[in-house]
Design a protein around this ligand. Structure first.
Ligand code: HEM
Length: 361
């Protein structure tokens, strides 16, 4: 028996609404629903629910990062919530497999009835992209799809555009890391000297092994030297940013690199986990785009999408262009062996304490 004051499972989850929210277009058009359209609707609804949860987590992460100071407990929470986003994304990548049990011929049975509705109109997906920091130009580009959205959805995207994205919040957090202005230890200088020592050692080694030299090792050495020369030249770095080849501010990049190099130190472990989650999120989103584009090719070949895009070709073009934290991935190019790392002075470690914020009072 149910008591009116007690929470009731069915009502709590609003199952009356959710379980009656599958309305196949094929039933409206042909009087009888095509069997596979139910799957198509349910899977999209499941995606949208998870998108909602991801936005919920990312909103809270962005709020935490917007605070003027970020203490260990706050970073810990951010890492935990980003970890949740990662797990959801893994599920989203897997879910595509369920849809693959529908054949292209089955899809053809009802596809026409869906035009002009399309994943293009997934406002929550666009919000996720914007929250992470994928260029908002795409989201509000008038010609692409924006005009086909309902005015309330256009407004949601325009509102979101005025709020800082995760990328810019992370960049600001990195820039205010006290290590960059510490008197006890100048990371950039120490790192630069360590790199120079390492490259000199490699050059000597190459000379000693002259008879064994293979062209690949020489090429590797030359490429490393050129890479580091560009890294230590702020103007060259800025030029890469201007050309869209780098996104992270020069100082923020240095802070991120310091975290990557000293990840084994307890002090940097949590910040490292934080940055790693961001890379994971970026890579899993790229993975989703990839499995989605493969599904599209399998289902509709090179037909135009129901949203009017070039379909497969359009989606393929978003694979690389939509990544946000590529700069963090690319930091691997700048890593040096642990044995070559400058030792962190005690005074520096205690100066940093447990607060990754502006200077301590
Ligand atoms: C039979 C399965 C599917 C087909 C054939 C398909 C096809 C397409 C096509 C052709 C586009 C390009 C826009 C257009 O012209 O319509 C697109 C975009 C999109 N689809 Fe799908 N899709 C399928 C399943 C899914 C599922 C399960 C989701 C989950 C939410 C999804 C989400 C999206 C999103 C978010 C976009 C926009 C991507 C962007 O602009 O970067 N699609 N889809």
């Amino acid at each position: 028996m149910t008591n009116n004051n007690n929470v009731y499972y069915w009502d709590y989850l609003a199952l009356d609404k959710i379980l009656t929210a599958q309305m196949p277009e094929s039933a409206k058009r042909h009087g009888k629903a095509v069997h596979d359209e139910m799957l198509f609707i349910v899977i999209h609804q499941a995606y949208e629910l998870w998108f909602k949860q991801m936005l919920h987590e990312l909103d809270s992460v962005c709020d935490a990062l917007a605070a003027p100071r970020l203490y260990d407990d706050a970073i810990s929470l951010v890492v935990q919530r980003l970890g949740r986003v990662v797990e959801i994304q893994k599920l989203l990548v897997q879910q595509i497999g369920i849809l693959k049990t529908m054949t292209p011929m089955d899809f053809l049975e009802y596809r026409d009835a869906l035009t002009p509705a399309s994943g293009f109109q997934s406002v929550q997906f666009r919000m996720l992209e914007m929250r992470l920091g994928v260029s908002s130009k795409k989201a509000i580009d008038k010609t692409e799809f924006f005009n086909r959205l309902a005015p309330r959805h256009q407004q949601m995207l325009l509102d979101l555009q005025t709020r800082p994205c995760l990328f810019s919040l992370v960049e600001t957090w990195l820039k205010r890391m006290p290590l960059l202005n510490s008197q006890a230890f100048c990371f950039w200088q120490a790192y630069q000297q360590a790199v120079e020592r390492l490259l000199d050692q490699q050059a000597k080694q190459l000379q000693q092994d002259a008879d064994l030299i293979d062209s690949i090792r020489t090429k590797q050495y030359e490429s490393d030297r050129a890479h580091f020369a560009a890294l230590f030249d702020e103007n060259a770095y800025q030029q890469l940013r201007d050309n869209g080849l780098r996104r992270l501010d020069y100082q923020a990049m240095q802070a991120a690199l310091c975290i990557y190099l000293y990840r084994d130190q307890p002090l940097f472990n949590l910040p490292y986990q934080f940055l790693s989650r961001l890379v994971e999120i970026d890579q899993l989103l790229a993975q989703w785009r990839y499995v989605h584009v493969l599904l599209v090719q399998r289902m509709i070949g090179s037909k135009i999408g129901t949203g009017g895009s070039l379909g497969y070709d359009y989606l393929k073009s978003t694979l690389d262009s939509s990544k946000v934290f590529t700069d963090l991935e690319n930091l691997s190019t700048c890593l040096i062996p642990r044995s070559a790392l400058p030792v962190l002075p005690e005074a520096f470690v205690s100066q940093l304490g447990f607060c990754m914020g502006t200077a301590k009072e």
